[in-house]
Design a binder for this molecule. Sequence first.
Ligand code: SAM
Length: 196
Amino acid sequence: MKSVLPRNNMAASNRRVSVLRLGHRRERDKRITSHLGLTARAFGADEVILAGEEDESALETWRSVSERFGGEFEYRYETNPLSFLRRFAKDAGDGKPGEIVHLTMYGESWRESLGVIERNRPMVIVVGGTKVPGEVFKLAKYNISIGNQPHSEVAALGVFLESLIGQIDESKHFQGGEIQVIPSLDRKKVMSLEEE
Ligand code: SAM
């Protein structure tokens, strides 16, 4: 039986959330892929996995932001994302199936589906770039739409993670960085955390 948790209970369950970016094209998707990883990090995912064309510059952006702003965010390149998903669907590393969520405009509404998504298992959230292989729709336990209109993988991921994970305590979540933003209504305030 699927566990049904209230909205925004992900932080409490503390399960690993990875974002798999399919079909990256080095030149065309440079900025959007970089922003996708930063959105994954900022909204509380644990890892971004890059697939498609290998691209050191995306990995370097995620490394450098994580170093400056802290946290335990991981990032890596995956040569064969479909094999990775096939394995993950059967075994998330502990001998039990992982949860695959595919964000697609053809899916079931996220508002309707959040309540039935199993949150107590490692999860991979898949987003596309170029045409997504049909097998992804089958491997995914949940094909989820953020509305049924075409828009952007960054927007879809941000909305979905915010609904899934909810508010994160940034001062705890992003520790060990070199700088910290001090929220301010009237000016830019940044604290340097580097030791002299
Ligand atoms: N052209 C691609 C295709 O035919 O599958 C999709 C391009 S779209 C800009 C890139 C990605 O954004 C999609 O693969 C999906 O992950 C995400 N996306 C776009 N609109 C979405 C929506 N309404 N709901 C959920 N995800 C969406």
